[in-house]
Design a protein around this ligand. Structure first.
Ligand code: NCD
Ligand code: ZN
Length: 346
């Protein structure tokens, strides 16, 4: 018997589209399936002003395949020099929907990020006043903290003190990878949300390291041990409104991933929805896929659920997803879960 599932057209609450040739190559992979996406601002140089966000949005719209129903939701990259008035104007006009906080040095293109959180306090207070969400890359970056502990330490030493000292600041814990992150989000109030990626529901750190190093499974925050993956799966598939999809699909050219110092990022835009259907079915939770991928995110951001729909169908034979997306500068490898997937968008 053919199984089908129809949900409101999903959104992606954390996406890297890059610019230029890469943007043109990867945007159709998202705009085919998703109604909206929160667009990460970590270009080189980063998107720090309202004018830069408007110009970037226009480049995305210019690259959009004709007929695709997709709206980019723009963000600003928070720096210690961000002008609060420019930020507020961009938010209040609807040009941006959130501001992104990268601790300096935490991940790809984060050198302009925040070093001293006290220096951005007035900006965060202004954001709390106007209701602008702060999307947080939640990892400390000091060399003395083990990379597998960086999220848990960030929650205790940065995130929790910050939220207590600026009540009302709306915060998205981005791409959580630990049970600590799940527990903290679960205990939070309506000012708190958390995104979970597709790949962190599928891989743990063994997948990266056992039997040879797998550069296409390397992303930041790095996948943790199995107990954490299981906590993420339970949270994502629970329907709990604090948790919503942010793929963190992050394209890098293959030669820069398969490298002595490989870039961080998994590219999941192409097959995210089929993979999620697979995961939710395994957890007997297909009825909660709409909450995770289509409803909880807009509720947090105060936006309507998309009126269009997506239908997923379980097929008899494994789906043949493309292995790579070509770009003029070389291919980008599509995330491979390592097992056959029978669900597809139909
Ligand atoms: C992202 C990228 O490549 O821009 N990489 C990643 O591993 N997720 C940056 C980020 O979101 O941390
Ligand atoms: Zn990201």
């Amino acid at each position: 018997m053919t199984q089908t599932l129809t949900i409101p057209r999903p959104d992606d609450w954390h996406l890297h589209l890059r610019d230029g040739d890469m943007l043109a190559a990867v945007l159709p992979e998202t705009s085919r399936d998703f109604g909206r996406a929160i667009i990460m601002p970590n270009l080189v140089p980063p998107v720090v002003t309202g004018d830069q966000a408007r110009a970037y949005r226009d480049r995305i719209l210019a690259a959009l395949p004709e007929g695709d129903d997709f709206t980019p939701l723009m963000t600003l990259y928070l720096t210690e020099d961000t002008d609060p008035n420019d930020l507020a104007a961009a938010f209040e006009s609807g040009l941006i929907r959130a501001v992104k906080l990268y601790p300096a040095g935490a991940t790809t293109n984060s050198a302009s990020g925040v070093r001293n959180f006290e220096n951005v306090r007035p900006i965060l207070e202004r954001m709390a006043e106007i209701g602008c969400p702060l999307c947080v890359h939640g990892e400390v970056t000091t060399a003395d903290v083990d990379i597998f502990d960086r999220e848990a330490v960030f929650i205790d030493t940065v995130l929790d003190p910050l939220r207590r000292s600026i009540p009302g600041l709306r915060v998205v814990m981005e791409h959580i990878t630990t049970k600590d992150g799940v527990d903290y989000a679960m205990a939070g109030d309506d000012t708190l949300g958390a995104t979970i990626t597709t790949h962190h529901l599928i891989i743990n750190r063994n997948h990266i390291l056992v039997g040879g190093i797998k550069p296409h499974y390397y992303c930041l925050p790095v996948a943790k041990r199995e107990t954490h993956r299981l906590a993420l799966r339970a949270a994502a598939t629970s329907g709990n409104k604090r948790f919503f999809l942010g793929t963190d699909s992050a394209p890098h050219l293959d030669h820069l991933k398969e490298h002595a110092c490989g870039c961080a990022g998994c590219f999941t835009a192409t097959n995210t929805m089929p993979l999620l259907a697979h995961v939710f079915e395994e957890e007997n939770a297909l009825q909660n896929l709409a909450a995770f991928a289509s409803q909880n995110g807009p509720a947090f951001y105060g936006l309507p659920v998309n009126t269009a729909t997506m239908t997923l169908t379980k097929q008899d034979a494994p789906v043949a997803f493309p292995n790579k997306i070509p770009t003029p500068n070389g291919p980008v490898t599509v995330f491979d879960p390592g097992y056959p997937v029978y669900w597809n968008v139909t």
